[in-house]
Design a protein around this ligand. Structure first.
Ligand SMILES: O=C(O)CCC(=O)C(=O)O
Ligand SMILES: [Fe+2]
Length: 364
């Protein structure tokens, strides 16, 4: 059945842009949807078996408290191994105050629980907006929709006061505090990841341009009447340098590794960190940017995550760092981050990574 979704008639002019689906999945849920519209049904090769056991204890958990004592070299080695072997790890004792995280989660939830009309004030198809509510990643290319709504907010360089939402109340302060703390953490991680490559601690950050940019996505995955037919987020890799993800206690994030999916188990007071495509390039393939997806499990509680993307500036020139090409030849072509963004936007992410476009032919 899912194979036929391409042929589903979406609107009179058959464009998603003009369809009712732009209002999001929470809108469908509030209107009592009993059976999901066909346009949300994944093709058979993407369908998830929700009853299958998924391993969930393997993604490394790293205690960052050790960075400040004599276990530092062990922590650096742990981060290096995680970036190389998994492209993912969780961090605890990361220094972001619990209060800041709780306030952010609170406004995140209150935003997505607003009436649809109030969220739609911020709807936009244009990625250049300082913030926008959206549910469809690529209005031109996508044929199957995901069971997720999200609010995208640019947070660095810091937007003007008017470019933070006024509704829900408290959003601006919570979002500003949260982004500032996440930025501090990202800097600590980039330094540790640089040292893990035997480079100076500022090596990775320096490659991202004058000051790396930061955007967050507040993802909202409402309960679904047919969770076995949908994906919250299709398999993809993150295009930038580093992602700092906050997930609530509802399971759903899965990471691909050597032919299997592994769950990233929700842990209290932790962040999930993953390597982005451009860090794989800079590290000349030592650190891996890996495919991950969010599934919607059976259950009647919405799942909320906040993904903070730390990205190079558009003008930054990204290529393998010279010291890392002395033994192994460069695996990737040098490019501007804007080339990566343009390439990723030109297509729908369907499990393939944006990196494929920048790989150099393997000479061995
Ligand atoms: O919500 C999640 O668990 C993952 C979200 C994600 O991968 C993304 O927004 O890029
Ligand atoms: Fe992602």
């Amino acid at each position: 059945m899912g194979d036929n979704v391409v042929a589903v008639k979406i609107t009179e002019d058959n464009t998603l842009r003009n369809s009712k689906y732009v209002k999001g999945v929470q809108y469908l849920v509030e209107n009592g949807v009993k059976q999901i519209p066909d346009v949300y049904i994944q093709p058979p090769h993407q369908l998830v078996n929700l009853t299958k056991f998924v391993r969930s204890n393997e993604i490394p958990v790293i205690d960052l408290a050790g960075l400040n004592d004599d276990s530092r070299s062990g922590v650096l080695a742990g981060i290096k191994n995680a970036c190389d072997r998994w492209g993912f790890f969780q961090v605890i004792n990361h220094g972001v105050p619990v209060r800041v995280v709780e306030q952010m989660m609170d406004v995140a939830r209150r935003f997505h629980e607003l009436p649809t009309e109030e969220k739609m004030v911020h709807y936009s198809a244009y990625p250049s907006e300082p913030h926008r509510f959206q549910t469809i990643f690529n209005l031109e290319k996508q044929t199957v929709l995901e069971w997720r709504d999200n609010l995208e907010q640019k947070c660095y360089p810091p937007p003007e006061d008017d470019n933070w939402l006024k509704n829900p109340i408290g959003y601006r302060d919570a979002a500003m505090d949260y982004s500032r703390e996440v930025r501090k953490l990202a800097k600590v991680l980039l330094a540790a990841m640089s040292e893990g490559l035997n480079l100076s601690s500022d090596a990775l950050e320096k490659c991202l341009g004058d000051e790396f940019t930061q955007i967050f996505l507040i993802n909202y995955y409402p309960p679904c009447p047919n969770p076995e037919l949908v994906l919250g987020v299709n398999s993809h890799s993150d295009r930038g340098a580093l992602t700092v993800l906050l997930q609530d206690e509802i399971r759903g994030l899965e990471v691909f590794n050597e032919g299997n999916w592994f769950e990233v188990k929700p842990l209290a007071n932790a962040f999930v960190i993953n390597v982005g495509d451009e860090t794989e390039v800079l590290s000349n393939g030592i650190y891996k940017s890996v495919a991950h997806r969010a599934i919607r499990k059976i259950g009647d509680v919405a799942r909320i995550t906040i993904a903070s993307f730390c990205n190079p500036t558009l003008e930054a020139k990204i290529g393998p760092i010279a010291e890392l090409t002395e033994v192994n030849p460069p695996l990737y072509k040098e490019h501007h981050f804007s080339d990566m963004v343009r390439y990723v936007r030109s297509r729908y992410y369907d499990g393939k990574s944006g990196l494929d476009n920048f790989k150099l032919p393997n000479k061995s």
